[in-house]
Write a protein that binds this ligand. Structure first.
Ligand SMILES: Cc1ncc(C[n+]2csc(CCOP(=O)(O)OP(=O)(O)O)c2C)c(N)n1
Ligand SMILES: [Mg+2]
Length: 663
């Protein structure tokens, strides 16, 4: 039987959620009310966390995948003693400038493990966090010294399980036997529009068993049963899901068990009735009974003890394994210099596909950067993402940097976020550029959270050739350039590719997308043309003329086209500057002075060339300039034929330039 103190504490979570949503006149009371008991057990009896140091290295992670229930998380953070989350914060739920945003946001407080709200993402983030834990443990744990033995807990909802990304992620987690994952499923038969029977009827127990998960079912009010289930989940080597049978809006006499309690305030009168119904003795909103608070705040002392024990453990570890400890400390210091030294350079003259160059760069720096881990969504041979000589991560082998994500771009993107959240790991993930669209939701979250994830998107244009328009990206570049805080780099040759990797590794506050060709590109002779370090500035003068009549601006495979057009134009007396512009975002970060030296405002005859839709290039070519790009989907044919058909030839550029200059 739950004690009266347990009951009082659980009701405190419920009433804070009701009051917070009521005061904001906006939010989701039902989920916190239904999951109050389960989350109480998890946070006060099972999870190892230290409220006074939210970023303690070996803390258990908690993900509120059903981010709409944010009042649940904020209430738990306040009640268990996290300094950021005061009662005043709960009272300013969903207000401008508060930490208690509509959905949990990573950057608002160190106590938030990940941004959630888009259903399914938190579920799949956890897979990356579990991978991160395994990788750290495999690298650093030693017999008798389990430095990293934390678990990843999440609350997931019907909506989370309905999203496709959860299916991808669950399948991968089961395959990899990520036993440190423990998910509490808020199994309440209700989603936003009504009962889940409207649209969700598969047998969830069988579904997760089929994925290879450990599945339990408990009554969401049974405090002891929930604790037992969590302990059993910890002991089981498979990922665990606990179907917690709950009633949404529990306690509200007229709205519980119905979608009416999902996403709007209960109403003043109903809040009063719910409090009566729960046996709550306090009229005043946001009342926290002192006994309940004391009960929750025991987490502070427990957390301090846990961290102190871990510090002792680390000291003993350092004594026993000084070289390992030094390595851990070096990972955390970022060890920048070694990998920079290892960056390769490529000989001029040869044709090299930028995907091949990327593969060589990654392999060259791998030894110097052991925290760089990742893989591809079943395209490692095409994306060139394999780190040679390193093992592949599997259910048996954890000290491995190569991941086979399977054909699961979306879950891969979300897993990369979970890995990036496991400091100091730096994840990368590859797929075809055209399928970047299958993973945009987590890319957007990485950008919002400022996570260092690196996307290796190859086969970057109609240059894909024979595979045809389904595999030829056209609008993707414009799409991803529209995403705030995502750095997009489309290098023009092998050496620019090495610089692109450098920029990606130096960009620690957001994701970077490397857009790479399938086809070979000429390696530019840097003794004759602009220095490759210009790549780091986003755009630079690659080739110049004494008197500039026209500026050709190009990225990626079109840099070579611009360079050969320049030769023809020069022979005809037309002074042509070629600007290689691999990255708009990096260029926009430069001073106006620098930008004006690359694109002098007085020179208005400008032509941008890129084998993609040209949305946005107006900004660089201006009203007098023109663009040569795609105005339709591509076509299935050999590379050369396709490039010619759509005008990415030196001859077409020359013709367009002459027309522009009226020559
Ligand atoms: C990707 C995505 N689609 C839609 C929504 C809008 N939305 C928020 S909660 C919800 C469904 C709620 O059902 P459930 O997940 O079972 O939560 P409960 O109502 O039980 O709290 C929806 C559709 C969302 N947050 N994310
Ligand atoms: Mg539900």
């Amino acid at each position: 039987m739950p004690t009266t103190l347990d009951q009082l504490s659980i009701n405190t979570i419920r009433t804070l959620a009701m009051d917070g949503v009521q005061k904001a006149n906006s939010g989701h009371p039902g989920m916190p009310m239904g999951m109050a008991a389960a989350s109480y057990v998890l946070w006060t009896k099972v999870m190892r966390h230290n409220p006074k140091n939210p970023k303690w290295t070996n803390r258990d992670r908690f993900i509120l995948s059903a981010g709409h229930g944010s009042m649940l998380l904020y209430s738990l953070l306040y009640l268990t003693g996290y300094d950021d989350f005061t009662l005043d914060q709960l009272k300013s739920f969903r207000q401008l400038g508060s930490l208690t945003a509509g959905h949990p946001e990573l950057e608002l407080s160190s106590a938030i493990e990940t941004t959630t709200g888009p259903l399914g993402q938190g579920f799949a983030n956890g897979i990356g966090m579990a991978i991160g834990q395994e990788y750290l443990a495999a690298n650093f744990n030693q017999p008798g010294h389990d430095l990293f033995d934390y678990y990843i807990y999440a609350i997931v909802s019907d909506g989370d399980l309905m999203e496709g990304v959860a299916a991808e992620a669950a399948s991968l987690a089961g395959h990899l036997k990520l036993g440190r994952l423990i998910y509490l499923y808020d199994d309440n038969d209700i989603s936003l529009d009504g009962p889940t029977s409207m649209s969700f009827s598969e047998d969830r127990v069988k579904r997760f068993e089929a994925y290879g998960w450990h599945v339990q079912t408990v009554d969401g009010l049974d405090v002891e049963g929930i604790e037992r289930a969590l302990i059993a989940a910890k002991a089981d080597p498979r990922p665990s899901i606990i179907c917690t049978k709950t009633i949404i809006g529990y306690g509200s006499p007229n709205k519980q068990g119905s979608a009416k309690s999902h996403g709007e305030p209960l109403g003043v009168e109903e809040v009063k009735l719910a409090k009566q119904n729960l046996g709550w003795d306090y009229e005043e909103p946001f009342t926290v009974p002192p006994d309940a608070l004391l009960n929750f705040r025991k987490c502070i002392e427990k957390g301090r003890d846990l961290e102190t024990d871990w510090d002792d453990k680390y000291a003993a570890y350092k004594n026993a394994h000084p070289e390992r400890a030094a390595q851990w400390e070096s990972w955390n210091s970022g060890n920048q210099e070694a990998w920079k030294q290892a960056l390769p350079t490529f000989e001029a003259g040869k044709d090299v596909a930028t995907r091949d160059a990327s593969g060589k760069v990654m392999n060259a720096i791998a030894a110097a950067l052991p925290q760089l881990i990742g893989g591809s969504a079943d395209l490692r041979g095409s994306n060139k993402t394999f780190l040679n000589g390193y093992p592949e991560f599997s259910a048996e082998i954890r000290n491995a940097r190569n991941f086979n994500f399977g054909v699961r771009e979306h879950a891969m993107g979300s897993a990369l976020n979970g890995i990036a959240l496991t400091k100091p790991l730096i994840p990368f993930g590859g797929t075809f550029m055209v399928f970047s669209q299958y993973m945009l939701p987590p890319v957007r979250l990485a950008a919002m959270m400022g996570l260092q994830a690196i996307y290796v998107w190859t086969h970057d244009s109609i240059g894909v050739g024979e595979d045809g328009p389904t595999h030829q990206p056209v609008e993707q570049l414009a799409q991803i350039r529209a995403m705030h805080n995502l750095t997009v780099i489309r290098p023009g040759d092998a050496n620019e590719t090495a610089m692109a990797w450098r920029a990606a590794l130096e960009n620690t506050h957001g994701p970077t997308a490397l857009i790479l060709t399938r086809q070979g590109l000429p390696t530019i002779d840097r003794t004759k043309f602009g220095a490759v370090e210009g790549t780091l500035k986003g755009a630079y003068v690659l080739a110049d003329a004494e008197n500039i009549d026209v500026i050709l601006i190009a990225s990626g495979s079109e840099v070579g086209v611009a360079m050969s057009a320049r030769e023809t134009l020069a022979a005809e007396g037309i002074g042509t500057r070629v600007v290689s512009m691999p990255s708009w975002e990096l260029f926009e970060k430069q001073s106006k002075e620098y930008r004006d030296t690359v694109l002098p405002p007085l020179i208005t005859a400008r032509v941008a060339i890129e084998a993609a839709i040209m949305q946005g290039w107006e900004r660089y070519v201006g009203l007098q300039g023109i663009t040569i790009g795609m105005t339709s989907y591509g076509a299935s044919a050999p590379l050369k034929v396709v490039m010619e058909k759509f005008g990415f030839t030196s001859a077409n550029v020359v013709e367009k330039v002459k027309a522009l200059l009226d020559k």
